[in-house]
Ligand binder design. Structure first.
Ligand SMILES: Cc1cc2nc3c(=O)[nH]c(=O)nc-3n(C[C@H](O)[C@H](O)[C@H](O)COP(=O)(O)OP(=O)(O)OC[C@H]3O[C@@H](n4cnc5c(N)ncnc54)[C@H](O)[C@@H]3O)c2cc1C
Length: 415
């Protein structure tokens, strides 16, 4: 069997790569080991698919820790605006929500996957449901892909196998093996955008409590690493929610560093204003216990935890609270401490940080600098972003660039 271009992996980047390679006039075969194409894509954005972020390229780059500059060309070639136009012109109506997050109007991620599949089939892409096992190279050039049941001769191969997080969707890390076998460096891998585990027993007691408009500070060996406002959630194992997921992507040194978090429960109030507010509440509820006097200021379930850290007895009358006790209280409200023991497992990570070293990839084509005809796109690369539609934007932009480059090259080369 033969194809000009073989694309390994039918996820977001693979569907995009296959489509644009075929649109160059190349014969394209897409290999997907799952029965269904785009399994991860179908669960993105809680099943609604936050497919990009309606912002400028420079803002996308700000949401990519690490070497975002590698993406400059790919993002300028296919920006968030281009993504929006591409999907709308293909018949999928989109809407922009809070934080510039773009979703299909239907709120249905399946619609995104089905649209890409339909476009691929229309462009003549052949789909095989099989697992790629090995990429074969002759004289420094890609020559074939070995699958579980056959050999496919080809001029170009695009590796779009994703990372190794959420492996149940098919991303089990095969692409890293292909890359290493062909001489590529793979930078250390770690789960990112992942909930965090805490040994603090209060998390279990606060399980289910969602905090909105709080400020979360990440400390690495007591040095402030980041500080952001937003929403977080206590769980039976520790903490989760948007703020925590973003915080996790900054925690890169689990082997050597010690991490802890501090929550500012009232970031909009400086200490003086917060102290005035507490004094007003204590005056208003002077005959109640301190526990009851704090009910208007704090979520009910947090009050015993806060009082326990300060050492103030919950049954103390509000009018008996001393200045020193109030100082302790303020300190805990602005710096509620949480120890962190590690990230949750790969199964719960939204993305994989680390991957095929971008220094060995041409940023203007996504082609390997080591093997002619070998391309990479999507999460298999050493690229990841914060939440907000940026990870799918990386998949679309690199997938399209790799597809166009491989499609054109394969036709020039000819089998
Ligand atoms: C729960 C969840 C929600 C998310 N929500 C969002 C969101 O709303 N917005 C956003 O921007 N990002 C989101 N992401 C991240 C985003 O889904 C990924 O970054 C993106 O899907 C990566 O695309 P990809 O094509 O590189 O990899 P994938 O989508 O993982 O696709 C890789 C494909 O390759 C196939 N494959 C692997 N190995 C082989 C092989 N040897 N042979 C054949 N096929 C193979 C796999 O089966 C899989 O289908 C979310 C991720 C998760 C887990």
């Amino acid at each position: 069997m033969k194809a000009d271009v073989v694309v390994i992996g039918g996820g977001a980047s693979g569907l995009m790569a296959a489509l644009f390679a075929a649109r160059q006039g190349a014969s394209v075969t897409l290999l997907e080991k799952n029965l269904k194409l785009g399994r991860k894509l179908r669960i993105t954005g809680k099943g609604r698919c936050n497919l990009t972020n309606n912002c400028e390229v420079r803002d996308v780059l700000r949401h990519i820790p690490g070497d975002g500059r590698f993406l400059y060309s790919a993002l300028n070639g296919f920006s968030p605006q281009d993504t929006i136009e591409f999907f709308e012109e293909s018949g999928l109506s989109l809407k922009t929500e809070r934080g510039n997050r773009v979703f299909p109007v239907s709120d249905c991620a399946d619609d995104v996957a089905e649209l890409l599949i339909a476009l691929c089939l229309e462009a003549g892409v052949t789909v095989y449901r099989t697992r790629a096992l090995e990429i074969q190279v002759r004289d420094g050039e890609v020559s074939a892909v070995k699958t579980a049941d056959s050999f496919l001769d080809c001029n170009c191969c695009i590796v779009c196998t994703g990372g190794q997080s959420y492996p149940l969707t098919g991303s089990t890390g095969d692409g890293y093996r292909f890359a290493r076998d062909l001489g590529h460096k793979v930078t250390p891998l770690r789960p990112s955008l992942v909930p965090l585990e805490s040994p603090d027993e209060c998390c279990g007691r606060l399980q289910g409590l969602s905090l909105k408009n709080v400020e979360l500070t990440v400390l690495e060996n007591d040095r402030i690493l980041s500080c952001e406002r937003g929403e977080m959630l206590f769980t039976h194992f520790g903490v989760s929610g948007p703020l925590v997921l973003t915080a996790s992507s900054k925690m890169e040194k689990w082997d050597t560093a010690r991490y802890r978090l501090e929550i500012d429960l009232k970031p909009a109030l400086d200490e003086k204003t917060l102290d005035d507010r507490i004094l007003r509440d204590f005056a208003k509820f002077r005959n109640r216990t301190i526990q009851n006097a704090l009910e208007e200021l704090l979520p009910h379930s947090m009050i015993p935890e806060i009082l326990s850290i300060t050492g103030i007895p919950a049954a103390l009358q509000a009018n008996s609270v001393t200045r020193e006790m109030r100082r302790k209280l303020l300190d805990v409200l602005k710096h509620f401490p949480l120890a962190i023991s590690g990230p949750r497992s790969w199964a719960e990570a939204i993305v994989t940080a680390g991957g095929v070293d971008t220094r060995e990839i041409n940023p203007h084509s996504m082609e390997s600098r080591l093997v002619s005809g070998l391309f990479f796109a999507g999460e298999v690369l050493n690229l990841d972003a914060y939440t907000g539609g940026f990870n799918l934007q990386i998949a679309w932009s690199t997938g399209k660039m790799a597809g166009i480059s491989a499609g054109q090259k394969s036709i020039r080369t000819g089998i």
